[in-house]
Design a binder for this molecule. Structure first.
Ligand SMILES: [Zn+2]
Length: 114
């Protein structure tokens, strides 16, 4: 049975601040909402400079919610055999769709989505 890891862990462990040169872990993820657009960003622990991670619209957030629900479902089903397969496939499809749409919305290539 296929067993790809479902968890999305941030790959970056430390970032060097462009403003003050301080290295810091991008821990303090914050969200800000402007109208329908939500911006995810983190700030330098030293100087407070903001680093945007991505922006989402309602469609993207809905999709992210579906992915989260699907993941919960898969976690519950894990180890129960073929039933989980279909869900996994749907999960990967949703995830792929999300990454593409997020990339399009943010006007960048997929690489910014970890
Ligand atoms: Zn800084």
């Amino acid at each position: 049975m296929e067993d790809r890891r479902v968890s999305l862990r941030p790959v970056i462990s430390e970032i060097k601040c462009d403003e003050c040169g301080q290295g810091f872990p991008p821990k303090q993820i914050k969200r800000r909402k402007e109208g329908e657009i939500e911006t995810t960003y983190f700030t330098c622990s030293e100087c407070g400079h903001e680093y945007p991670v991505c922006r989402t619209n309602p469609e993207l957030r809905k999709l992210a919610q579906r992915i989260a629900n699907k993941r919960k479902r898969i976690d519950k089903l894990r180890g129960t055999g073929p039933a989980v397969r279909e869900h996994l496939r749907e999960f990967w499809d949703l995830e792929k769709e999300y990454k593409i749409k997020l990339g399009e919305f943010n006007g960048v290539e997929k690489k910014m989505v970890q």
